[in-house]
Design a protein around this ligand. Structure first.
Ligand code: ARG
Length: 583
């Protein structure tokens, strides 16, 4: 379906043309004076310069040509504005088309295109912390938005499963249990199926080893060595690595499932490893690399750079490959396996320079063809109320599980206290509200900005919050349920001003979703549904719906509520949460 603004623009453009002016002046916008009109066109003011006459003269001429039953008001006002209202019939028929079209009639502009969204990015064997939360929430939302527009969107978790943390765990384990066969170079038998640790042990082993590395150079050396040998393929270490992976990935899956975040691809840095040697050989052979202080690099600086962009390092002087190497090799794999039109990376904005270097190297080398888009969405930090990165009470790194447990407990107490639902629904309702609080609290901010995590505010049932949006949906659901069969009721012309306001806000969903897509900005959706929810609630307060005696009128109200519900639910699904039945 065409956007309502485009339809009106078309009509006004034709009128400009018929009146003897250029059609391009007919651009219509939503009115910035809703008290005066619904839509406006300021084209006559600009046209006046070209045609050297008074703007009002042009506006009058256009208004005369515009006479159409689709408008209920066409006014040329000083100094040359066109103020427009569409007719209630026109609006109703537009909404009826939206109601009956798949996907609200919004064009699937991404059909036939593939996109890889690289998000999540947890590190195996390290507990998820809140830094991973934003990547998960924003990445999942963007993926869903792309998918809504028809893209084949592949979410890739890009596990950090190949770095020093693996060597640290292996080295620490060797100190604790040297008798294990994994450390015996001469061992040729089958390794045990059972891992020599549980997930909670693993989560204790890593921080212990990591702390030890800082104090004990000999241990650090051991860990580096173990990492190197693991990457070289030492059999016992590979077997241990398999154990770590299996246990850790199962735990990660559980955590991401809990957040309703799902990945199509569970590849990691280790999966890029086989691509590294041939990639480097090829880059070298094509003369794209240079040696710099013993390292192998691709220079990526440009003359017009405002700040220094250091070369992209492929192989360090000690022979090890690094984060950038893995990211380039992963691109080789993605181009081969998915041939995407775009790769989108969602990480902390402190990684911006890394992605700038990698993207440039990828384009320079042709690993990623020129016409494939690379985007890094660097997000800001989630801060505590003190304006510093969010921490636990004792100043430690906040684990994601803890944060979710805290907000869930907070919401649960409200749900229980207000006796919102019967006992057997408390869990489900609590979970849905908590997710909405957490995700909306994050996504309602521009992703690049820092924001303050404020549980009281995020979980409030009033104000610009996730729970308020859910509350609005639940209210609609309850009215629809009381009414009964509503799914096939057609939209009717507005019967009161509140219905009309609502009918004017509903079609703007397409603009909001397109802006979210174009700007990697789920906050556009939040801003839109906050306004929509407000308009729904106003309509609800001012209109007798279930008590209405005129059945025809009532059916129209119900149909409108039904469409508002569809729009709200479509939007929150794109944000990654859903509404309970009662609240
Ligand atoms: N594991 C990384 C981290 O914790 C994030 C990975 C992001 N994705 C990527 N392709 N580099 O910082």
């Amino acid at each position: 379906m065409e956007k309502i603004l485009d339809l009106i623009t078309q009509k006004v453009s034709e009128a400009f043309q018929e009146a003897g002016y250029e059609a391009a002046y007919g651009k219509v916008t939503v009115s910035n004076r809703p008290d005066l009109c619904q839509f406006q066109c300021n084209g006559a003011l600009a046209a006046a310069k070209q045609y050297k006459c008074a703007p009002i003269q042009i506006a009058n001429a256009v208004a005369e040509k515009l006479q159409s039953p689709d408008f209920s008001m066409i006014q040329a006002v000083m100094p040359g504005f066109l103020n427009l209202n569409v007719s209630d019939e026109f609006l109703a028929s537009y909404l009826e088309q939206m109601r009956t079209a798949p996907g609200l009639g919004i064009p699937k502009t991404g059909e036939g295109k593939t996109l890889v969204v690289d998000y999540g990015g947890p590190n195996v064997a390290k507990p998820l912390h809140i830094g991973h939360l934003r990547s998960a929430i924003i990445g999942e939302s963007l993926k869903r938005i792309y998918r809504f527009f028809g893209y084949n969107a592949i979410g890739d978790i890009h596990l950090g499963d190949w770095g020093l943390q693996m060597g640290l765990i292996i080295a620490e384990l060797q100190e604790r249990q040297p008798e294990l066969p994994y450390f015996d170079q001469d061992f040729t038998g089958e390794y045990p199926e059972e891992a020599p640790f549980t997930i909670s042990e693993l989560e204790e082993i890593y921080p212990t080893a990591s702390a030890k590395k800082k104090e004990d150079p000999a241990f650090a050396e051991k860990a580096h060595n173990a990492t190197f040998q693991l990457q070289q393929g030492r059999r016992g270490y590979r077997a241990l690595w398999q154990h770590i992976m299996k246990i850790s990935v199962a735990d990660l899956k559980k955590n991401y499932d809990n957040l309703d975040v799902h990945f199509e691809s569970w590849l990691g840095e280790s999966d890029a490893d086989p691509y590294i040697p041939p990639m480097i050989a090829d880059l070298k052979a094509r003369g794209l690399t240079v040696e710099s202080e013993g390292a192998l690099v691709i220079p990526v600086a440009r003359e017009d750079d405002k700040k220094e962009v250091p070369p992209c390092i492929l192989v360090k002087s000690d022979g090890a490959s690094i984060y950038a190497t893995t990211d380039l090799a992963t691109m080789v794999q993605r181009m081969r396996d998915f041939a995407p039109q775009k790769m989108l990376y969602v990480t902390d904005k402190r990684q911006s320079l890394h992605f700038e270097q990698v993207f440039r190297a990828a384009k320079l080398s042709g690993i990623v063809p020129e016409d494939v888009e690379l985007e890094h969405l660097g997000f800001g930090t989630m801060n505590g109320k003190d304006g510093k990165p969010f921490k636990t009470r004792d100043g430690g790194v906040m684990r994601l599980e803890q944060l979710i447990a805290d907000i869930t407990a907070f919401v649960r107490s409200k749900v229980v206290e207000n006796q919102i639902v019967s006992a057997n629904q408390v869990d489900d309702t609590t979970k849905k509200i908590a997710m909405a609080a957490l995700k909306y609290g994050d996504l309602s901010n521009q992703p690049t900005k820092d924001y303050v995590f404020d549980m009281d505010r995020f979980a409030a049932f009033e104000g610009n919050t996730g729970p308020y949006i859910l509350y609005t949906i639940v209210r609609i659901k309850s009215i629809l349920a009381k009414y009964g069969d509503w799914e096939n009721l057609p939209i009717q012309p507005a019967a009161n001003p509140y219905a009309r306001d609502l009918m004017l806000v509903i079609p703007r969903v397409s603009t909001a979703l397109e802006a979210a897509l174009a700007g990697s900005a789920p906050n556009q959706i939040c801003a839109y549904i906050y306004e929509l929810a407000g308009t729904v609630n106003k309509f609800y307060h001012e209109t007798r719906i279930l008590g209405e005696e005129n059945k025809q009128l009532q059916a129209g109200y119900i149909a409108l509520m039904g469409l508002a519900k569809t729009v709200l639910e479509t939007c929150i699904d794109l944000l990654g949460f859903s509404a309970p039945e009662k609240m």
